[in-house]
Design a binder for this molecule. Sequence first.
Ligand code: UT7
Length: 325
Amino acid sequence: MRVGILGLGSYIPEKIVTNYDFEKFLDTSDEWIRTRTGIIERRFADETQATSDLATIAAKRALEDANLRPEDIDLIIVGTNSPDTLYPATACLVQDKIGASGKCGAFDLQAGCTGWVYAAVTGLQFIKTGAYKHVLVIGAEVITRLMDPTDKGTYVLFGDGAGAAVLGEVEEGGIIDFELYADGSISEHLVYPAGGSRKPFSEEVLKERGYYTKMNGNEVFKFSVREISRISKKLLDKTNTRLEDIDWFIPHQANVRIIQAGAEKLGIPMEKVVVTIDKFGNSSAATVPVSLDIIYKEGKLKKGDLVLMVSFGAGMTSGAMLMRW
Ligand code: UT7
């Protein structure tokens, strides 16, 4: 059975935040951010919006694109690191907001920025086993709220957004294979420290600013460059795919230097690499489905194109998926 994407949708909030906006309150500059990260601007969610709101818009667009109704969905998986609340799952809120309450299962999946790739691979299994027909897989974040506005090393990097895909049986093409990986022994490099059972919110957490993300940027950078090429090569070898047969390479958008170094190590020319970080920053689990939707909506993605998607993030996790459009 071939399983692929029946419909795609994304949503990026309207509010644009430029590098110059950060110069007003951080010891940073447009020049530094642009040259060290490739980011020119990013989008921040409106104060009234939480992750489920962004995810819902993307999901509705994906359903419309697939020409399916909410009740046709058998399962909703939301890959996110910035759920509306620790519980209930954001996927349950999305289920209600798209009008599918009580009609299917719904859960969140937390795999750092690799969340959507993990979610898509998970959804794929439910369809391949014959258990379900249609699975809605979403990558959605209002991750900027988890970043410290006084930390120039993280605050300038992130943006908000959501991307969604409806998975189901396809006649041609589809997801060919995947790789998932995690190394928990280096998880300390990217952490949201408080609010869980290890360190519940307290006066101490407030003093330590433990309610904001802590990142060891250099270590994450090295892991990311290594993982892009390692996990992609593994997947290409496993599927007997030649590098030159790849039409589109969609890496997680964390830093344009990571993307360039990863593509170079792998041997993929930049013309085939989808780059959206300049406009949207790093929207964590949303970057891959948003980037895929962008080349789809722009009409660049053609039937039969071979697409390699690869992501990496907190965990530390990484994952890759090869798909024929
Ligand atoms: O989605 C997955 C998670 N995220 C990532 O994958 C991010 C991975 N890491 C990175 O992208 C990069 O490591 C950063 C963009 C975070 C940092 O870039 P870098 O080139 O590795 O800089 P650095 O951390 O080595 O710092 C170099 C200098 C430091 O100053 P000193 O100590 O040399 O005087 C920093 O304080 O750059 C300084 N710096 C900044 N200066 C201006 C760090 N951030 C900024 C900033 N503006 N925003």
